[in-house]
Design a protein around this ligand. Structure first.
Ligand code: SF4
Length: 372
């Protein structure tokens, strides 16, 4: 470690990394210096050390499916290739029977522990649709956690029902909502949101709805989508808005930085973003996330779907401790079934074993189900 200590000492971010090693998180100014630095390897070395101290040589994942219940959306985000306008020929909304069939087959075949439910902002869906779906899943498949609805979907339901988001959250919790994904945060700076998702809720609303969820006992995750029109100070602001809320509520179980994928999006067509951020940037974001949230948010998730298994293996050395979910789309489960999901689960397990780590299958609340 002595050569490394020397490298840290000589680096212009050495003071920040030395503080990290004694449990002192970077300030916003120091976070900006990290973002401006090219010493990604050193950041990763320290972030990886902090991660191993907490988790040992072990990484977790959750066996889950993703249920995109509708692609109907009136919010038209420029980074989204998924949505369809109401009435479009290829728009869809799953029925309760379809939802039950998808969860049933995934439970029976793969013993999933979580269903991640997310969809468009569909103005035709009343709250009873969500309540019925959550009740059905929790009653019929009690071991499957319901991880559902971004803050902006909660806001949409509140607008449809002419109710408050707090009331909506409370009703959904009673129906079986257990945790909420961090999607919709993108970058929590309104000048950025005004460009990429002008019709979506503001940064303050994202924080407020998360705060409300945490305060009634619904934990969740926080995300950051980088690599589009944001600047480094915007990323700092994002990190520290999450930090401030976590210091108040302790409701975030995980932080997930993921890079914007421009393919087939309006932002690519308009020439706003030409290419994705790439692997080095991913490792840098993973490492800085661990340094910023060390001791505050336990889990940093790597995104294997967008960056591939090889990058996810590297991310586990740079500060991530969780592989996320198998995230099989519902159509994949129903169409190609066992083969695809088994392969995906095996892919994750093999990838973690390949780097000499133990694999922990976890549930919706990051509690261990088994260690392989
Ligand atoms: S709200 Fe969601 S589904 Fe709708 S356009 Fe934006 S990202 Fe896509």
């Amino acid at each position: 470690m002595s050569q490394t200590t020397e490298q840290i000492y000589q680096s212009d971010i050495g003071d920040i990394l030395e503080n990290s090693l004694i449990g002192k998180r970077p300030s916003p100014e120091e976070c900006l210096r990290l973002l401006k630095s090219d010493d990604v390897y050193l950041m990763g070395l320290v972030a990886g050390h902090l991660t191993k101290k907490q988790f040992g040589k072990k990484a977790s994942f959750v066996n889950n499916i993703i249920l995109n219940y509708t692609n109907v959306c009136i919010t038209d985000c420029k980074f989204c290739a998924f949505y369809r306008s109401p009435g479009a020929d290829d728009s869809y909304t799953l029925t309760l029977d379809q939802i039950e069939a998808r969860v049933k087959s995934a439970w029976e075949m793969f013993k999933i522990r979580q269903v991640l439910i997310q969809g468009g902002h569909n103005p035709n869906l009343k709250i009873e649709y969500y309540e019925d779906a959550f009740k059905l899943i929790r009653e019929k498949f009690p071991q499957v956690g319901v991880h559902a609805l971004s803050t902006s979907e909660i806001d949409m339901i509140a607008r449809v029902e002419k109710s408050s988001t707090r009331e909506i959250l409370s009703r959904l919790k009673d129906a079986g909502l257990q945790s909420i994904p961090g999607a919709g945060a993108e970058i929590l700076v309104d000048s950025v949101k005004d460009v990429i998702s002008p019709k979506k809720i503001s940064s303050d609303d994202w924080i407020r709805i998360m705060d409300e969820a945490h305060s009634i006992g619904i934990p969740g995750s926080a995300t950051m989508m980088y690599g589009h029109v944001e600047n480094k100070q915007d990323i700092v602001d994002h990190f520290f808005k999450i930090t401030k809320l976590q210091e108040k509520t302790n409701g975030f179980m995980a932080f997930i930085p993921w890079n914007f994928e421009p393919n087939n999006t309006l932002m690519q067509k308009e020439g706003i973003v030409e290419h994705g951020a790439g692997g080095i940037q991913l490792l840098k974001m993973i490492a800085i996330s661990r340094l910023v949230f060390d001791g505050l948010i336990s889990h940093i998730q790597s995104s294997w779907l967008t960056n591939g298994v090889g990058m996810a293996q590297l991310a586990l050395q740079y500060g991530a401790d969780d592989f996320g979910g198998t995230l099989i789309g519902e159509e994949v489960v129903s169409c190609t079934g066992a083969r695809s999901t088994e392969l995906t689960g095996k892919l994750i397990i093999d990838a973690i074993h390949q780097i000499g780590y133990k694999v922990e299958e976890r549930d919706n609340f990051y509690k261990p189900v088994s260690v392989l």
